[in-house]
Write a protein that binds this ligand. Structure first.
Ligand SMILES: Cc1ncc(C[n+]2csc(CCOP(=O)(O)OP(=O)(O)O)c2C)c(N)n1
Ligand SMILES: [Mg+2]
Length: 345
């Protein structure tokens, strides 16, 4: 029988507000780690903000904005080792940057260019998954494979609140639990699946409650608190490596940007709440924490931001320098005998 840990219904938090809410700290993180986490968040934030500009300039196509998801992505990835596998959804499209993937690769993906498809083995980052939840069984299967081979690595799948209503989520999560696969199921609960609010998505009180039914621990964490996310993921990784199976992490936020560049959320979202979220956004929150600790100087912040801007400048230049793709590639692996309408003759 799988041992079900007591659920954590309270949101985990480490970062305070500089006023009444005290700051905590995470054991084992040194100053260098704290700054590396900040560097990762700034890189992702810069990627996201520049992408919106590139989209408006017609240089990339429709783009899924992840503004204010940086703490979830950078915090979780920092808890992994290089051999561990990441299975991103479109919301984590640029997560490979944290593993050294060039920005040009991800920008090419959003340009619909073949240069945007990397070999997952190069970074231990699977392809960006657009169908909701279909990568959960892939992550569970890979994790189980690692266990069968006696390897130490684990796998993490990132998906949204909406994904928890999909069959693939159920199949993958159930499989991971039954096989005690070293998997981490990381749910970014931003309160919305395009225009469907969480209240219309599930009758469950919390998404972490679902973990109990699968026989795995469910943890709830403040998704805008990079240190809380890091710590929760680190514990899930330890559990996975110790042969105790998967963990479900529900990281909570409220979507502060449109679902994607093709969306107009003013038709359905609570705009006041969005403004509140923006004021409390995760990169600024962490920066203020680090400044309270005295580990960040203006100079260092400027340097980190400038590095990220450079990565993006070089990334878009390299993506745009790619030769135009051969359109026949679209069909190359689709037909053994292409129909005459697709052949030259
Ligand atoms: C299988 C499938 N059904 C429907 C869609 C269309 N779709 C794209 S995004 C989305 C909402 C997903 O919401 P959520 O899982 O909360 O992720 P978020 O976008 O908030 O990160 C839907 C239904 C899809 N991509 N795949
Ligand atoms: Mg969502």
């Amino acid at each position: 029988m799988a041992e079900v840990l007591r659920d954590e219904r309270e949101l985990r938090r480490v970062i305070g507000d500089g006023e009444g809410l005290p700051d905590g700290e995470v054991e084992g993180l040194e100053e260098r780690d704290l700054i590396e986490l900040f560097r990762g968040m700034v890189l992702l934030r810069t990627y996201d903000e520049r992408s919106l500009v590139y989209h408006r300039q017609g240089r990339i196509g429709t783009y899924a904005i992840f503004w204010n998801h940086e703490a979830m992505q950078a915090g979780a990835v920092y808890a992994l080792e290089r051999d561990d596998w990441i299975f991103p959804s479109y919301r984590e499209s640029a997560i490979g940057l944290l593993r050294g993937m060039p920005a040009a690769t991800v920008l090419s993906w959003w340009r619909g260019h073949p240069a945007g498809w990397w070999n997952p083995l190069d970074y231990n980052v699977a392809s960006i998954c657009v169908p909701i939840g279909t990568h959960v069984p892939h992550a569970a299967g890979l994790a189980w494979g690692k266990k069968l081979r006696g390897e130490r690595a684990c796998a993490i799948a990132f998906f949204g609140d909406g994904a928890t209503s999909e069959g693939s989520f159920h199949e993958g999560t159930n499989f991971a639990a039954v096989m005690r696969a070293p998997a981490i199921l990381f749910c970014n609960n931003n309160g919305w699946a395009i225009s469907t609010p969480l209240s219309a998505q599930t009758a469950a009180e919390t998404l972490a409650d679902k973990a109990v039914g699968y026989g795995m621990p469910g943890v709830r964490v403040d998704g805008l608190d990079v240190l809380a996310v890091y710590e929760a993921t680190r514990e899930a990784v330890e559990r996975a490596r110790a042969g105790q199976g998967p963990t479900f992490i529900e990281a909570i936020s409220y979507r502060a940007a449109p679902h994607a560049t093709a969306d107009d959320p003013t038709a359905y979202i609570d705009l006041e709440r969005v403004e509140e979220e923006k004021r409390n956004e995760c990169v600024g929150r962490y920066e203020r924490y680090l400044r309270r600790l005295g580990v960040l100087t203006d100079e260092l912040v400027e340097q980190i931001r400038a590095e990220a801007q450079d990565v993006m400048r070089q990334g878009i230049a390299a993506a745009e320098a790619e030769p135009e793709a051969d359109q026949r590639l679209l069909f190359e692996n689709a037909y053994v005998d292409p129909p005459p309408s697709l052949t030259d003759g």
